[in-house]
Ligand binder design. Structure first.
Ligand code: PLP
Length: 371
């Protein structure tokens, strides 16, 4: 689905130099490379604080710990996302409250959020799925009205902009109280191992998150809180610094691949191309189509036989995952999510797709559908 090798080869000299510098310095943990990347990311995002951590799942967990959410507090999130979003809610013994998504953007539906708010609700976790920002203005309005925290799961949309009604723009992940991201290798800003970061403009939350990621330690060997050990290592930070400088260029390449796909599939009666929500610029973490009357399994097998990978993100709605079965929910409760899980598939999406590859992929999809 991604071509990390050719991307690496295109920036090899800079990446190798960055890695070698860290090795020469032997400052493997919290070295100058981490600080330098952190500053670059703060500047890129226009956010006051970036707290690096070990992965996107930790980022979400640390955010909820820093907000001091307590067992039984309800946290509203989407039923159509990667499991990590709900996993940390469950791990902290908070109560995940799932809501359905918009059929066009696949992002959480603010009207469904409003219906799910109870006196126990403490936070909303919108996920900026597949690379475009959720409807943050509506979500922030609900949060203000009901006094809720907003934690943005921005693991899939780093670099996406959100356009406010008043003409201002903010980066995805910097609108709510806290934003969380993942630097997993296949992410839009991916490192060569695991990595993550948390963003905030709030002085107290930033301070608390730095304490939480470091074993709850306020002064060396004095632990005022129960924390975790979650660090971004210096080699990953050096790699990320090189790739951050190219993030907008990478997003443009992804968008142009998406344009190619859109053009090839537009008006096809069995395919719905991904909607582009006008208040966000899509950074296409995934290019996801909704099928109609298509044997999806056969299509994926047909593509695989022609060495074209295709994936289903996601095959099972959260409320139907075995570990998350809950008497509050039953099949049919989230019809949009359930329909998407049965009909979507994603095509290769990365920075190295050339016209020839795109033509080969699209032609094979159309050949399968038109045969
Ligand atoms: C929406 C979403 N949330 C959370 C995560 C977790 O990130 P990580 O794999 O770095 O823990 C991911 C990525 O895998 C994701 O896509």
């Amino acid at each position: 689905m991604v071509d990390l090798r050719n991307q690496y080869l295109s920036i090899k000299a800079e990446i190798d130099k960055g890695i070698q510098e860290v090795i020469d310095s032997c400052a493997f943990i919290n070295g100058p490379a981490v600080n330098s990347f952190q500053k670059d990311l703060e500047q890129y995002l226009g956010v006051k604080y970036v707290v690096p951590c070990a992965n996107g799942t930790d980022a979400l967990q640390v955010a909820m710990m820093a907000l001091n959410l307590k067992p039984g507090d309800e946290v509203i999130t989407t039923s159509f996302t990667f499991i990590a979003t709900a996993e940390v809610i469950a791990l902290l013994k908070l109560t995940p409250v799932l809501v359905d998504v918009d059929p066009d953007t696949f992002n959480i539906d603010p009207r469904a959020i409003e219906r799910a708010i109870t006196p126990k609700t403490k936070a909303i976790v919108p996920v900026h799925l597949f690379g475009q920002t959720a409807p943050m203005e509506e979500i922030m309005e609900l949060a203000r009205k009901h006094n809720l925290f907003v934690i943005e799961d921005n693991c899939q949309a780093i670099g996406s902009d959100y356009f406010f009604n008043d003409g201002t723009t903010k980066k995805a992940g910097t609108i709510g109280d806290i934003g969380c991201t993942s630097f997993f290798p296949s992410k839009n800003l991916g490192c060569y191992g695991d990595g993550g970061a948390i963003f905030t403009n709030n002085d107290d939350l930033a301070k608390q998150m730095r304490v939480v990621v470091n074993h709850g330690m306020t002064v060396r060997y004095y632990h005022d809180y129960i924390g975790v050990n979650s660090r971004l290592d210096s080699i990953q930070a050096a790699i990320l610094k090189v790739k951050l400088a190219r993030l907008d260029e990478y997003a443009a390449k992804r968008r142009s691949a998406a344009d190619f796909y859109d053009n090839a599939f537009k008006n096809h009666p069995q395919l719905k191309t991904p909607a582009r929500y006008p208040k966000s610029n899509h950074v296409f973490h995934q290019y996801t189509l909704v099928t109609k009357n298509v044997d999806r399994k056969a299509l994926i097998e047909y593509l695989a036989s022609r060495e074209i990978p295709a994936m289903i993100y996601y095959p099972v709605p959260l409320h139907m995952q075995k570990a998350y079965l809950d008497p509050r929910y039953k099949p049919g409760d989230f019809p949009v999510t359930e329909h998407l899980c049965e009909t979507v598939f994603s095509l290769p999406m990365h920075t190295e797709l050339d016209q020839e590859q795109l033509a080969y992929i699209t032609q094979n999809v159309l050949d399968f559908l038109n045969r």
